[in-house]
Design a protein around this ligand. Sequence first.
Ligand SMILES: Nc1ncnc2c1ncn2[C@@H]1O[C@H](COP(=O)(O)OP(=O)(O)OP(=O)(O)O)[C@@H](O)[C@H]1O
Length: 349
Amino acid sequence: MSEEYIARVENLHIHIKTQAGMVEAVRGVDLNFKAHQTIGLIGESGSGKSMMARTLLGLLPAGGSIVEGHVYYNEKPVEQYTDKEWRSLRGKEIAMIFQDPMHALNPIMSIGKQLSEAIVLSQQVSWKEAKSQALIYLEKVGIEPTMERYHSYPHQYSGGMRQRIAIAMALSSKPKLLICDEPTTALDVSTQAQIIDLIIALQKEYAMAILFISHDLSLVSQMADEIAIMYAGRIVEHASTKEIFLQPKHPYTWALLSAMVDFQPKSEMLYTIEGTPPLLVNPPKGDLFAYRSEFALDIDFEEDPPFFTVSPTHRVASWLLDERAPAIAMPAHLTHQIQKLRIMEKKHE
Ligand SMILES: Nc1ncnc2c1ncn2[C@@H]1O[C@H](COP(=O)(O)OP(=O)(O)OP(=O)(O)O)[C@@H](O)[C@H]1O
């Protein structure tokens, strides 16, 4: 293999046993993580984004298991890691930040102490050394590195500041892969932008691979090198960010782009995607988006489409790309918006 991947997900299928039946939460996902690269994982609620994050961390819910496919770290499948190796990998090489920073923070311990503790655990340094490193991490995430800050508690901070502290905690193990699960959803727009800028700056410094999970295409486009669009447990389109915005091919991507505020023609009603994703307990056969798509073909209700390659960095699971399919163009308003984007791109070249 010519490229070096920090982690790889190959044809991953995850089932969760529930009282209602078997949930097919993830249905054949491939993803490759490289240093310095950010993959944006986009999809509606229930599409399987969090399940992907949990699998990468080895934290499947009760009843959940990998029924097919593999997760590799440093080219070794996780099932070949011993418990000790896997624990060490999880503690040192993979870190996660959540929508709610309190997920990672202890409300009754000072932020300095918990940061120092994380550093001692992951780097096996002395408490004194960890304390001085904790101040450096605070500074890196934009918090004044003073003893007053060090000794303060999470409740003394705003949501944005708490997220900065959670990021410092995540960074303290110098992870190679950082998983961000909707880390800015609970924040106001300007704090959101600051946190995104912070993550981008830290990625430059630490060369991390990032998986950025969100339902917000506009937000993800600010930082992702590539975007994977997930629907009902499957990635339906995966391409460079530019390709997703300038040459989207899947009707679900068209719908997501159409629903973006920046893409809506001012005079029209806000576009929303009709219907809801299917339940993944014994899902019907075929392309699961077909049940909501005005562009569905007969074959969609029979067989799940394979991936069609549009470019070396662009693949799409839709029968519309089959050579036998009728020529169906994306909705006119979207073509128009993309045209405007292309003109803007040219101006900035
Ligand atoms: N603990 C669980 N037990 C059973 N089914 C679950 C469990 N957690 C998630 N699921 C199911 O797995 C599928 C994928 O859910 P997942 O939470 O990964 O979606 P998501 O895209 O992250 O959604 P959200 O944006 O709401 O977090 C859904 O059908 C969901 O109902």
